[in-house]
Design a binder for this molecule. Structure first.
Ligand SMILES: C[S@@+](CC[C@H](N)C(=O)[O-])C[C@H]1O[C@@H](n2cnc3c(N)ncnc32)[C@H](O)[C@@H]1O
Length: 236
């Protein structure tokens, strides 16, 4: 795993996704600093939905490897892939990593016991393709645990009004967006965000042949900020 490299021909697809390269040092500090509450909530949901197990667990879009210890604490051997070499410079201190596009994983069919991803459906160019790849590389009986921003309540369509008021408009807009009220700081102005609807996020599971096994909403601000699920690749 540690020596895997993407084929040169894949690089053309990665222009935008490697956007994290120049923000990786900032991101490493952000997830442990201003976003630490969000990071802790993500880790807790990931831990609950992934659960105990043994064998390799692919962390797709692992970023700086912030959740490697959470995965390891459950008994799994985490291995990370990400398109951003800058992010992986941090992650390699936390887990074995490889540069790869989650939509074109350099892994054999049915080769990992589990897979996870956190906060990637708003970054990847093609979420359906990523979920298809997860389904392909998972063992039969394997599980995929995902935690992402809640597609119904968090995104460019959820504009902040006065106080706790949120104004929802533009839910169907899936274009990459770099701005929004209250978004001068954080990920969005740096690398942009691609909103996916609830049906986009969950509909990718049955389309890939994965079965939804558990679902959880996490929030502390009067509405859910995270949507988490576990999906299974059923035995043949
Ligand atoms: C918001 S960060 C999340 C990182 C980490 N999972 C976390 O929870 O902190 C999104 C990550 O997805 C990666 N990414 C974007 N598109 C990707 C793709 N097609 N394949 C693999 N990783 C991708 C980015 O480089 C970035 O590290």
């Amino acid at each position: 795993m540690a020596d895997m490299r993407i084929a040169a021909g894949n690089m053309a697809d990665m222009t935008r996704e490697a956007a994290y390269d120049e923000h990786a040092d900032w991101y490493a500090a952000y997830v442990q600093g201003p976003a630490r509450r969000h990071t802790a909530q993500t880790a807790e949901a990931l831990s609950e939905l992934l659960g105990d197990g043994q064998g390799q667990c692919l962390d797709l879009g692992c970023g700086t490897g912030i959740h490697a210890d959470t995965i390891r604490a459950l008994g799994w051997q985490p291995v990370g892939v990400d398109v951003s070499i800058g992010q992986l410079q941090h992650a390699r201190q936390m887990l074995p990593v490889a540069v790869a596009d989650g939509g074109r994983l350099p892994l054999a069919d049915s080769s990992v016991e589990a897979a996870t991803a956190t906060l990637v459906h708003t970054d990847v160019a093609d979420w359906g393709r990523v979920v298809n790849e997860v389904a392909r590389v998972l063992h039969y009986g394997g599980r995929f645990a995902y935690v992402g921003v809640h597609p119904c309540f968090v995104g460019p369509f959820a504009k902040r009004g006065a106080g706790e008021v949120r104004l929802f408009t533009g839910y169907w807009d899936r274009s990459v967006q770099f701005s929004g009220p209250g978004m001068a700081e954080g990920i969005r102005p740096r690398v942009g965000v691609r909103h996916r609807t609830l049906a986009d996020v969950l509909g990718a599971l049955p389309a890939a042949g994965l079965a939804l096994d558990a679902i959880k909403e996490v929030g502390s601000d009067g509405f859910p900020e995270l949507l988490a699920f576990r999906a299974l690749k059923r035995n043949e």
